[in-house]
Design a protein around this ligand. Structure first.
Ligand code: AGP
Length: 609
């Protein structure tokens, strides 16, 4: 997730406005920043890695001349957060400047094609191909205007994008376009804006036009023209008046960041399906060769590792050891060696316990692989190979979207490995890949259809003193994660166990009305889970079941149930089955009068200007 902004002002310099707008978009990304303006027929650019204030201190972003410009605040997906990879990106002649939010999936193919035609690339980003594509289109079609060239070029892109393009060839306009990344226009007095998000221009105007997927916009002080990218037809759209406060706008109307991030999951999951195959392959090769594989992480990331151990075992027949990072050194520090591989999973890439485990493993010559959300983090620097999980910045303290993204990446990795090891047939592989592609829609369905129901459950059980979470097989990881969320933000003591283990002690806690949450996908564990439900019911437990749609057997036994669409294979089930648990934790916190974004002892600070 990055933030893009562009503006054209009648009487004022654009740069200070871009700078301020980027500050308001900083929550979308903050590892690099850049601006480009046009003045007297020339492009002017300033960009660097670092936070906006740091870059401004060194380069004085406000000093760029001209009344038209674009800007970008970056959350790296392709290419490390270095000056050369910061946006805007230019074509060979320095005549076209582009800022982009999204992921271009076919950039490697396009780059090779363009390099063969003589284009010289400077960065390692996917974005730079867009500038060169536009240049190439203009070269081939000298009569084209910038908007025509952008239109023709974006038709060749696969993946997601919101872009803003300027060129001194037509220094009075910004051309922008979107596909699966957000883009809005702002219409002010003597000024027009385009941005990733409304907060960027909200203090300047509340008159906005939402650009839809597959649309291109020609923006100038005279107004805006929207075209469909597919057939160039003109789209008519009236501006809307936005009555949000800046605080509301930054949360896109959601009451809390946690809820916003829960709702962002379908989009994040779509992004995880755009990973560069090359890195998945490379990582699968390392895993394949390892004598022993440890999956090391803390908290939610550890739960992703636990789920992954089932994926690797079931799909690729590879035994892996999930280890809580703070235990790694005591447990394995002496035995780990050159034949060991550590796959460290950390959203932030900076968690001290995870890095300490990685450090210890490296000292004993083990291979370190990383999965993280923050490219440029310490984990990316110390890993032999790393994958960026593409979830965008996490503002809520409770990990939600980053968990399901990690699961999706780990499932893709397990599939790759299975293929490499010849453990799955092509049919199975195709089936699983199709199912993975369905995950964003399935998660969307769960949120849309079940949120109200979960809200009611939270209301009903808000005063419960303790909760029990049970699951079998891979659902054990889902149960642990549900428990962590509830404890972390709603301060409800909770316990979680593999359901089979509950009768070896924990069951003695159960008495009349004790809420027990069962995770019940219709997989091989379903029969035994029913047995466990019966055990709990016999002791007076109140059963809240997360079930597959139409699971009549469990519906009859449960006091409450929440449904997930049918047909999700067991190894992917934590992705949709955890959603009701995230929502439950959120609404329990709200019901109990707590701010889910600010759990005590853990809060990250969020500034909204
Ligand atoms: C979960 O909601 C937490 N925020 C926490 O458990 C977190 O997952 C843990 O601290 C690990 O963080 P990391 O993924 O950034 O390493």
């Amino acid at each position: 997730m990055c933030g893009i902004f562009g503006c054209i002002l009648k009487d004022e310099a654009a740069a200070p406005w871009i700078h301020q707008a980027l500050k308001r978009l900083e929550y979308r990304g903050y590892d690099s920043v850049g601006e480009a303006t046009i003045y007297e027929g020339r492009l002017y650019i300033k960009k660097d890695s670092g936070k906006i204030d740091e870059v401004h201190k060194i380069h004085n972003l406000d000093s760029l001349p001209g009344n038209i410009g674009i800007g970008h605040t970056r959350w790296a997906t392709h290419g490390a957060p270095l000056e050369v990879n910061a946006h805007p990106h230019l074509d060979c002649e320095g005549q076209i400047a582009v800022v982009h939010n999204g992921i271009i999936e076919n950039f490697t193919e396009l780059k090779i094609e363009l390099e063969n035609k003589g284009h010289l690339f400077k960065s390692r980003t996917d974005t730079e191909v867009i500038a060169h594509l536009i240049e190439e289109t203009l070269k081939k079609n000298p009569s084209f205007g910038i908007a025509d060239a952008v239109l023709e070029s974006v038709r060749k892109l696969e993946g997601s994008y919101a872009i803003a393009v300027i060129s001194p060839r037509e220094s009075n306009k910004i051309v922008c376009a979107r596909h699966e990344s957000p883009l809005v226009l702002g219409l002010g007095e003597n000024a027009v804006y385009c941005a990733s998000d409304i907060p960027a221009f909200l203090p300047l105007t509340n008159k906005a036009v939402i650009v839809e997927d597959g649309e291109l916009v020609n923006l100038s002080l005279e107004g805006f023209e929207i075209k469909k990218i597919s057939d160039s037809s003109i789209v008519k759209r009236e501006p809307k008046i936005i009555d949000w406060t800046p605080e509301m706008a930054i949360k896109q109307g959601y009451k809390h960041f946690m809820l916003k991030e829960i709702h962002e999951q379908p989009k994040c999951l779509r992004n995880t399906l755009r990973l560069q195959e090359h890195y998945l392959d490379l990582m699968a090769t390392f895993l394949d060769r390892a004598r022993e594989v440890f999956l090391v992480a803390c908290g939610t990331s550890y739960h992703a590792c636990l789920a992954a151990s089932y994926m690797f075992s079931k799909l690729a027949f590879l035994a892996t050891y999930p280890v809580i990072a703070s235990e790694f050194i005591e447990q394995h520090g002496k035995s780990v060696n050159i034949d060991s591989t550590i796959l460290a999973v950390s959203q932030s890439g900076e968690t001290a316990d995870t890095l300490a485990a990685v450090h210890a493993a490296r000292q004993r010559a083990a291979t370190v692989l990383g999965l993280t959300n923050v490219i440029g983090s310490t984990l990316t620097r110390v890993s032999r190979v790393y994958i960026g999980q593409q979830s965008g910045p996490e503002i809520g303290v409770a990990a939600t979207k980053t968990f399901t993204s990690q699961l999706s990446v780990l499932a893709q990795l397990a599939l790759r490995l299975a293929k490499k090891r010849g453990k799955v047939s092509q049919d199975e592989m195709d089936f699983m890949e199709d199912k993975l592609k369905e995950m964003p829609d399935i998660v969307e369905t769960v949120i849309t259809n079940q949120e109200e129901k979960v809200k009611l459950i939270a209301k009903k059980y808000k005063d419960a003193e303790v909760f029990f979470f049970l699951g079998r097989g891979i659902s054990t990881a889902t149960a642990y994660e549900g428990r962590l969320k509830l404890m972390e933000i709603a301060y409800v003591p909770a316990i979680a166990f593999p359901a089979g283990e509950s009768k070896h002690g924990p069951i003695s806690l159960v008495q009349q009305g004790f809420p027990v949450i069962f995770i019940c996908p219709k997989d091989e564990t379903h029969r035994t889970v029913i047995g466990n439900i019966m055990e709990m019911k016999a002791r007076g437990g109140t059963i809240i079941a997360i079930i597959e749609e139409g699971d009549e057997e469990i519906k009859k036994l449960a006091d409450e149930y929440v449904e997930v669409p049918k047909g999700v294979p067991d190894i992917l089930s934590p992705i949709p089955f955890v959603i009701p648990l995230q929502l439950l934790a959120y609404y329990m916190a709200v019901e109990r009068g707590y701010n889910p974004d600010m759990p005590r002892n853990l809060a990250k600070s969020v500034t909204v200007k």
